[in-house]
Ligand binder design. Structure first.
Ligand SMILES: CCCCCCCC/C=C\CCCCCCCCCCC/C=C/C(=O)SCCNC(=O)CCNC(=O)[C@H](O)C(C)(C)COP(=O)(O)OP(=O)(O)OC[C@H]1O[C@@H](n2cnc3c(N)ncnc32)[C@H](O)[C@@H]1OP(=O)(O)O
Ligand SMILES: Cc1cc2nc3c(=O)[nH]c(=O)nc-3n(C[C@H](O)[C@H](O)[C@H](O)COP(=O)(O)OP(=O)(O)OC[C@H]3O[C@@H](n4cnc5c(N)ncnc54)[C@H](O)[C@@H]3O)c2cc1C
Length: 664
């Protein structure tokens, strides 16, 4: 018998080839096939079950995480999965774990900042997980200000060792994932001191726990920092605290690609820029942008499928009520998020390319594109995670009351996701880094130095400062060059206005601090331009499949025009468009929503998420929401008994007292 599909009619409405769209989303046919296979492998394995995890105590959740990680590792070895497949498996298992930090930060830190001898010594053990590492940078007193870290690594020429020490309470390492209970090793960031001189923050490989007994080594105090936001969620991770009491490590455990300390204790700064010490963060920020599209797509998939099932009001002659997805307000809240998921997917692909390019250049000692890579990863990490965090909450609201149920999947997704706005760099702090980069670019405009890469548009500042938008009718807004020019003009005009205001301050740093809220807006405008332009560039590619390119064009226009509508003040105040042209953009946006509507379910099907990964009754593929909600309610432990525990002690006495009072 064919399974019920409450979305069958919606799926029939689609105007494009779904299989081809799945390939576009996955990046290639090969990626699609790998990802589909791994997703099904995880979904069908009972060890990876996750529907009960918000009910577990912290200890049980943590043990469950250890069990899943061990099982995942066994599957990776037994099935001889490649690193790429293993990473897919990690993300489909969908439970933050120490392995994220081991593979995502500890290994990349050694690779990026270690010498070839250090690679040879440490990487084989790390790849086999014979040692497990974390990334111990943040302290109780300092996170954003990395230069303010207090842990010291003092070289002792007598013994050829570093003495690692936590001189104050605030120097305690605080937050590193995997540190609390699991890691045997850490890359620790500490101030390097030689001959009484402070050389700033550097990375050191430090063993924390015994490899046989897992006990902390002498001089090391280590533990978990405690429960975090929400149930389940990020509490599967053992974010830890760490203190050193004069712990000794050999000199060759300082990561020495950027700077070296010789046997005599001489500090040598190589030609490699000191910012490479921050390189692991650049790598992770880039991965966070791709992950943002996945998290956003997940929330949007749930809200879209549920919006097609849910009906409220408007029944005519006893017929069905209106599907809430048909309300224009629902569309205007939901479809820009759907478009953003695609936009972030494509900008994530591009950022991966940029990162690979800069890495290859760094290997050849070409550091020229490092500032651009830093600005792009920082800005896009900030922008995509802020939008995604807000969007998950919006999707919860789009699902009405049922969105607040844990089994909608949205509360846990929100709780897991929101720290992304803080970790790997607080989002505001990162936007200020972008703003610094932009102000520097503007200040060099007159010097003959041609801006390149994502700031190339600033080279056309003269034109962009005075160009006039030519839109006369709503449909004029569909021209890619019109959209692009409006976004470029807005970004350049806001940048130059800020640079002029900065010029009025005698001390530039005072000006930067005073104008920082405006500078954040400038950085956002620049990042939005990058996303819009990368979406437009994607559309220049050959995209096969009936109707696929057309749907992507519609989504690209939705993405750009909803931003234009949301930031209308910027566009009008800078004179890039007139208020009337803004109104025409909004008119066009409404027409675009009507074009998205019949394709909405298929556009979220293209993410190819299994019900296991979605973890949501509201978002389940077959749309059989009400029956599943009803069945699920009976599985709650509170419903194990008809009369709740505590009735006799606490409820009955009150009820009885009430009866007595009533009789009086
Ligand atoms: C189960 C088994 C599974 C097996 C799986 C196997 C396969 C797995 C494969 C892959 C796995 C991948 C997994 C990924 C998972 C990832 C999970 C991630 C979890 C993340 C958890 C969180 C971790 C953290 O949070 S770590 C700590 C992060 N901390 C921060 O981000 C701190 C933020 N602060 C800073 O970055 C800096 O302090 C600052 C930039 C804000 C300021 O720095 P400062 O030195 O003061 O610099 P400043 O004076 O402002 O600038 C000086 C110049 O330097 C430039 N600059 C700054 N930063 C950088 C940089 N990063 N790169 C390049 N340049 C930089 C800056 O622009 C200035 O330049 P100028 O030209 O002089 O102006
Ligand atoms: C779940 C989670 C996992 C983490 N994992 C790790 C890990 O594995 N390893 C690790 O080392 N760290 C980790 N961290 C720490 C994380 O990197 C830091 O919390 C993060 O970098 C923010 O730093 P902070 O906590 O010092 O925030 P703060 O800098 O204290 O931020 C507080 C407020 O001040 C504002 N602010 C700060 N500086 C400025 C400024 N210059 N201008 C304007 N506003 C400013 C911020 O915008 C924010 O609103 C993790 C954190 C979390 C939440």
């Amino acid at each position: 018998m064919e399974a019920l599909d409450y979305h069958a009619e919606e799926r029939r409405k689609a105007e494009f080839n779904l299989d081809e769209m799945k390939i576009v989303w996955a990046g290639s046919r090969r990626n699609y096939e790998l990802s589909d296979r791994v997703a099904r492998l995880v979904a069908s394995d009972p060890v990876f079950r996750k529907d009960n995890r918000t009910m577990l105590t912290r200890k049980d959740l943590f043990k469950d995480t250890l069990r899943k990680a061990a099982h995942a590792w066994k599957r990776i070895i037994d099935l001889r999965l490649s690193e790429e497949e293993a990473n897919m498996l990690r993300s489909y298992v969908d439970q933050p774990a120490f392995t994220d930090l081991h593979w995502g930060m500890f290994i990349p830190a050694i690779k990026g900042q270690g010498t070839s001898e250090q690679h040879e010594k440490w990487l084989p053990m790390a790849y086999k997980m014979q040692i497990i590492g974390c990334y111990a940078q943040t302290e109780l007193g300092h996170g954003s200000n990395v230069q303010g870290l207090e842990t010291t690594a003092t070289f002792d020429p007598q013994t050829d060792e570093f003495d690692l020490h936590s001189p104050t309470l605030t120097s305690s390492k605080w937050w590193p994932g995997g540190l609390g209970k699991v890691s045997t090793h850490a890359v620790v960031y500490a101030r390097l001191i030689t001959g009484g001189q402070d050389h700033g923050v550097h990375g050191f490989i430090v063993q924390l726990r015994g490899l046989d007994d897992h006990l902390p080594l002498p001089g090391i105090t280590v533990g978990d920092i405690g429960m975090k936001f929400g149930s389940g969620a990020y509490n599967s991770m053992d974010n830890g605290l760490l203190r050193f009491d004069h712990v000794r490590i050999p000199r060759n455990q300082m990561l020495m690609r950027v700077s070296q300390v010789t046997r005599e204790g001489k500090f040598v700064q190589s030609d490699v820029p000191r910012q490479l010490v921050y390189g692991t963060m650049v790598y992770v920020r880039q991965t966070i942008v791709s992950d943002a599209s996945c998290a956003l797509a997940r929330a949007v998939c749930i809200a879209t499928r549920y919006s097609a099932v849910r009906r409220q009001f408007g029944s005519q002659n006893g017929g069905p009520e209106i599907q809430v997805i048909d309300y224009k307000t629902q569309q205007s809240r939901l479809f820009p998020l759907l478009a953003s998921a695609y936009a972030f997917r494509f900008v994530g692909e591009w950022l991966k390319w940029l990162y690979t390019d800069v890495t290859q250049r760094l290997q050849a000692n070409d550091f020229s594109t490092l500032p651009e890579a830093h600005a792009c990863t920082a800005g896009l990490k900030s922008m995509t995670t802020s939008v995604t965090a807000d969007a998950i909450e919006e999707c919860r609201k789009l699902c009405g009351g049922h969105g607040y149920l844990s089994n909608s999947g949205l509360p846990e997704l929100f709780a897991v996701y929101i720290p992304t706005c803080t970790y790997e760099g607080d989002n505001v702090v990162l936007l200020l880094q972008v703003a610094r980069f932009l102000m520097k670019t503007v200040s060099q405009l007159g010097s003959g130095k041609k801006p390149v890469g994502t700031t190339a548009y600033m080279g056309r500042a003269e034109h962009l400062m005075q160009c006039r938008c030519e839109v006369e009718m709503a449909q004029d807004w569909l021209k890619p060059s019109t959209i692009l020019e409006a976004f470029e003009a807005r970004a350049v005009r806001m940048s130059i206005a800020c640079a002029k205001s900065l010029g009025k301050f005698s001390n530039p740093e005072d000006g930067f601090a005073e104008l920082s809220p405006d500078l954040v807006e400038v950085a956002i405008a620049h990042c939005q331009l990058i996303v819009v332009s990368k979406f437009l560039e994607k559309l220049q590619q050959d995209i096969p499949g009936k109707g696929v390119k057309r749907q992507l064009e519609i989504l690209c226009n939705v993405y750009a025009l909803h931003l234009l509508h949301k930031h209308l003040g910027d566009f009008v105040a800078t004179g890039c468009i007139t208020p009337n042209q803004g109104a025409l953009a909004n008119e066009q946006l409404r027409l675009l929503y009507a074009q998205v509507r019949p394709n909405a379910i298929a556009l979220v099907d293209a993410f190819n998420y299994t019900d296991h990964y979605l973890g949501s009754i509201l978002g389940c593929y077959d749309g059989n929401v009400y029956q599943k909600l009803y069945q699920e309610a009976w599985k709650d432990p509170l419903n194990d008994t008809v009369v709740p525990d505590g009735y006799l002690e606490y409820l009955r006495p009150i009820l009885k007292q009430h009866i007595r009072t009533a009789r009086l």
